[in-house]
Design a binder for this molecule. Sequence first.
Ligand code: HEC
Length: 95
Amino acid sequence: MLKSIALFPILAVYSVSAQAAALPGDAASGKKLYDANCMACHNDSVYKRKDRQVKNLEGLTQQINSCGHVGDITIGKTQANDLVRYLNETYYKFK
Ligand code: HEC
């Protein structure tokens, strides 16, 4: 009984990192897309500020798509996934 209680936190950590790894997309390619397309209107201070607007992964995807529309950048599903992964790993760290 005691043994299984001691194991629980370890399992919890494993399942969180398994979830993060399950995010589709490629962060390296997201960074390239980002550097090429996303610096025109804002720098990374919008992801680091205290009152940032994006609160979860879904919101991040929506925001990236709407920034694409505003900036007239074509963002396909693969590119959106890459950008989400890059921004999440670098700034947001949503699970
Ligand atoms: C045409 C201008 C424009 C371009 C280009 C642009 N954005 Fe944005 N973006 C904005 C504006 C405006 C905001 C809102 C800033 C604010 O609320 O102060 C914003 C906000 C964001 C946020 C939300 C930050 C928060 O508060 O959490 C994310 C994420 C984001 N942009 C990602 C991107 C990505 C990724 C790209 C490249 C694909 C991109 N943006 C390109 C205009 C742009």
